[in-house]
Design a protein around this ligand. Structure first.
Ligand code: FAD
Length: 422
């Protein structure tokens, strides 16, 4: 018996139910990843290739290997299935439209397709509201049900992955790692362990402080499944306040995943249709993308995104709110830009949060608008975040860096605000 384990966004060996089940079956196991040549090389490519190199290493240390092929995922998987005479395909169940269409197409082939949990702490659809419906639309009741739910046990990495002999692994393209963050399960586990022993301290009070940068930065690893969200939640669930605040963030991730699972067009259509009208403003959109709106806290966030492929959550909220509520521009334009640049860019979290900010999604207060100046005063009181990312303002005292329009003279190279902000 031979089973292919098709890896997608679950690039790890620890707590990998599909891999463990395939290894326990007793036959041969062929781990596979198919690179999609249609996806343009972007910010996430180097990170993904790090993940694949690391996964290959750890499978090899378990007597296994990782086969890498290029092309259409279903065609390549079936070609390999014929080559190795596999009778089953094991994979982690996905939530996105693309992932689920891959699963449907595989199910249409003459092979046994088995799907396993692993992408979220609680699988989408496992919790349903008592009032009816296939998913939760509101976070707080979801959080309550989620916190009480029974979980599967975290699985150890399999000791041995018995690949058949004579397979050609396939080369991984040469690449350079992301300058700020190395991809892969080894780096993810090291970061998770550091975070649990040292980082979590102060999270409850500090996670909104923009300059303090006190969050885990585990999101790219969660995006590619280098770390199991269940293992992370189990680790963090000891019960103190810090853990509680952090685990709640992991629950947000599950929440948006179950929304995306139930509403696959989340990246295109309003979850609550007809609730907003948008204006076209190409000039404003490009100023926003470049970090040249003239509103320093917005520009700092957008420039962090350009420089690092990552942005602090509070800044994501401020810049998203600015685009949709102050400039009146369609959330889809913002979400697409984020998706292109974010290392953690992920359909469920990205579109779910954008729709939340735009008032077209799951927010229970859809009319709420943030004041960027008040946000900056509260979450960047010393303007250290602004000065870090907007060098034109770096030499100014905090209040002037935050509100340069108060100065009698223009700051060289820095624009006047696109919109009145007070
Ligand atoms: P931590 O504070 O350490 O949180 C731990 C984990 O909890 C994160 O890694 C993430 O997996 C999860 N989490 C935290 N906040 C949220 C949230 N609001 N929604 C869902 N999950 C959350 N997150 C993505 O992973 N991918 C995206 O494409 C994405 N797009 C976003 C777009 C907008 C407009 C906004 C407001 C938020 C977006 N987020 C997205 C959520 C959040 O900003 C990031 O998950 C977080 O900043 C990642 O940093 P961290 O790992 O240090 O977070």
């Amino acid at each position: 018996d031979t089973a292919i384990v098709l890896f997608t966004r679950d690039l790890r060996v620890h707590d990998h139910p599909a891999l463990s089940a395939a290894c326990e079956r007793g036959g041969r196991v062929v781990p596979l990843f198919v690179l999609d040549p249609e996806v343009p090389a972007g910010h996430r490519t180097g990170f993904l290739l790090d993940c694949l190199a690391d996964l290959r290493e750890s499978l090899r240390s378990r007597h296994g290997d990782l086969l890498v092929r290029r092309g259409d995922v279903v065609a390549e998987t079936m070609r390999l299935a014929r080559e190795v005479e596999a009778d089953a395909i094991y994979a982690s169940a996905d939530v996105s439209e693309l992932g689920r269409s891959r699963e449907r197409r595989l199910a249409g082939e003459r092979v046994d397709v088995r799907l396993f949990p692993g992408l979220t702490v609680v699988p989408p659809g496992a919790l349903t509201p008592s009032g009816g419906g296939d998913h939760y639309r509101v976070f707080t009741p979801y959080w309550r049900a989620w916190s009480r739910s029974r979980r599967r046990a975290v699985l150890p990495a399999p000791a041995r992955v018995p690949v058949p002999s004579g397979l050609v692994a396939g080369d991984l393209p040469d690449h350079s790692s992301h300058p700020a963050l190395e991809g892969g399960e080894s780096a993810a586990r090291a970061r998770m362990n550091r975070w649990m022993t040292r980082g979590l301290d102060g999270y409850a009070d500090g996670h909104d402080d923009l300059a303090g940068d006190r969050t885990s930065r585990l999101s790219p690893y969660l995006r590619f499944g280098c770390v199991s969200p269940l293992e992370l939640a189990d680790h963090a669930e000891a019960g103190a306040d810090e853990e509680h605040t952090f685990v709640r963030q992991l629950c947000w991730r599950d929440f948006f995943h179950q929304v995306a699972w139930a509403f696959p067009r989340i990246n295109r259509d309003d979850y609550r249709p007809g609730s907003r009208r948008w204006r076209d403003d190409a000039h404003a959109v490009s100023a926003w993308k470049e970090g040249m709106t003239g509103v320093p806290i917005v520009d700092a966030g957008m420039r962090q995104l350009l420089a690092e492929g990552w942005m602090h959550n509070r800044a994501r909220m401020i810049v998203a709110d600015y685009l949709v509520n102050h400039l009146g521009v369609d959330w889809r334009a913002g979400a697409a830009h984020f998706f292109d640049l974010l290392l953690d860019g992920d359909v469920a979290n990205n579109s779910g949060n954008w729709q939340w900010m735009a008032g077209t999604g799951n927010s229970t207060r859809p009319g709420r608008v943030l004041n960027p100046v008040r946000q900056a005063r509260r979450f960047d009181p010393g303007a250290a975040y602004i000065r870090r990312y907007v060098p034109e303002l770096a030499g100014l005292p905090a209040i002037d860096a935050r509100e340069p329009w108060r100065l009698s003279k223009e700051v060289p190279g820095y624009p006047a605000p696109l919109t009145p902000v007070e």
